[in-house]
Ligand binder design. Structure first.
Ligand code: SF4
Length: 480
């Protein structure tokens, strides 16, 4: 029985109980959200190492990290290192986008070790097995999907919304079709003169997903790849199809989330989220960025985190990270770290803005430690403690500076917080309490787990830390 099927039957599953504890909500609330399709629990029945989590706009905003190999790079140890890095820096889910060799071995190793849901894009393996996109058959596609489901993949991107009738709508675009899956399927449709095979076999895919409780991530194969193409007829025609497919999946008791753009000007991000929520009856929205400007290659973790924050504020449930390498090359470990930090900030900022219960306690606790010059507590509470301490210690490394009433930014004579405290002690302003008793206690916070430090679930993670991963992390700290 799938999570949505159990929820509709009135059953609170073990996964819902665990999620309720992580989110600090009533298990019955989790059940109702899943039953109504407003939230998903990607939890393949064959994923034994999973610590269940939920994706939905009524829960803390989640972050996905993409990992995986390419034709040129990586082996199983390297892939597990990427998984470890992603979970260590706070990924709530990972997508294995491997397109190189040893796909089955890497996928099964990831699933075996990952405490977070693992997603895939099965059309990539189908292309590799067929040798050419145009040679993919319906049987091959279903075979790949069934195998990946059996291997324990929790959710799959299925680009079933790229319809034959939509392709001419992309003709006037500035950057055409930028989704890998979308471009593969467009090629298949053009060369075979037939409807998208994922659309044609959608009900059969629903039956496979039902058997293993795989969650749909309905792909946006026609997403805009630049501001000029945002919100065009092709994008919204595909979205209408995704709404139709959402309802079909629900009819099969299969969970669904829907993927979104891409590149969107800041002032139009919220309307895109609202339109998806309307067209797809509230199914969780899983957005890539969006990038709010096209002019900053090398900094697209920032251009996209700005859009992701606004999307989260407007109701997007999960944010797919973008690294500084976007558009330029395959991300490395440092890029994964920077991308995840940017997206954890975006997700938390959205949760604070949305008034998510307890979310701001973390901010308050850190601010209180800062005003108290409690440097060690500041580092411990930081989103990336290692980086916070490394930056501080670059100029003031000694232990005595861990209690100093200044840092090197303003210096001892111009430290405004020190001056303010001294003025309060001597003048008419009330002193601000800085001792431990009055500080925000995060152990009492009603915040969801992802809105409290430490970031990431690495303390409980089953992800093995390879020698290489350990060495790289040490190097990373030294580089800071
Ligand atoms: S020196 Fe400036 S930046 Fe550093 S603690 Fe004081 S006010 Fe803050």
């Amino acid at each position: 029985m799938t999570q949505i099927e159990a929820a509709r039957n009135g059953t609170v599953t073990e996964e819902m109980e665990r999620i309720a504890a992580r989110e600090n909500v009533d298990p019955e609330f989790v059940r109702r959200q899943v039953a109504d399709g407003q939230a998903v629990i990607p939890a393949n029945v064959n994923h034994d190492s999973l610590d269940p989590m939920v994706i939905g706009r009524e829960f803390a905003t989640k972050v996905n990290a993409n990992i995986g190999n390419s034709e040129e790079t990586s082996d199983i140890e390297g892939e597990l290192e990427k998984l470890h890095t992603a979970v260590h820096y706070g990924a709530d889910t990972v997508m294995d986008l491997s397109t190189g060799s040893d796909l089955d071995e890497i996928r099964t190793a990831n699933v075996a070790h990952s405490p977070v849901p693992v997603g895939t894009v099965p059309i990539y393996e189908a292309v590799k097995r067929a040798g050419d996109a145009a040679d993919i058959t319906h049987d091959l596609l279903l075979d790949v999907i069934e195998k990946q489901a059996r291997q324990g993949v929790d959710y799959m991107t299925i680009h079933a919304g790229v319809r034959m009738e939509h392709l001419p709508l992309t003709d006037g675009r500035t950057t055409g079709i930028v989704s890998r899956g979308g471009s593969i399927l467009a090629q298949w449709i053009e060369e075979n003169g037939m409807e998208n095979p994922l659309y044609a076999t959608f009900e059969e895919i629903c039956e496979l997903f039902h058997e293993y409780d795989v969650t749909f991530s309905l792909g946006d194969g026609l997403r805009p790849g630049c501001l000029a193409d945002a919100g065009d007829d092709a994008q919204f025609a595909e979205l209408d199809t995704l709404g139709e497919l959402t309802r079909t999946a629900w009819d099969h008791d299969v969970q669904v989330m829907v993927e979104g753009p891409g590149h969107v000007p800041m002032d139009r991000v919220a309307e895109q989220v609202e339109r998806q929520q309307d067209v797809c009856d509230g199914a969780p929205f899983y957005v890539l960025g969006p990038l709010v400007t096209d002019v900053a290659p090398g900094y697209d973790h920032i251009t996209s985190a700005i859009g992701a924050t606004e999307a989260g504020r407007a109701g997007a449930a999960m944010l797919c990270y973008v690294t500084p390498k976007e558009h330029l090359g395959l991300p490395e470990k440092a890029d994964v770290r920077d991308g995840l930090a940017a997206y954890r900030i975006a997700a938390h900022a959205a949760d604070v803005a949305n008034g998510r219960e307890g979310a701001r306690d973390w901010d308050d606790a850190l601010s209180e430690a800062r005003y108290a010059f409690d440097w060690r507590e500041q580092f411990d509470l930081a989103l990336d403690p290692e980086r916070a301490q490394a930056y501080h210690d670059q100029t003031l490394p000694g232990d005595n500076y861990k209690e100093a009433r200044f840092c090197s930014m303003c210096g001892v004579d111009f430290c405004s917080m020190r001056i303010d405290q001294d003025a309060r002690a001597e003048g008419e302003m009330d002193e601000i309490e800085t001792d431990g008793d009055d500080r925000t206690d995060l152990t009492d916070s009603a915040a969801a787990e992802v809105n409290r430090p430490p970031v990431g679930t690495h303390d409980e993670a089953a992800v093995p830390e390879t020698d290489r991963a350990s060495a790289a992390e040490t190097e990373g700290r030294a580089d800071d």
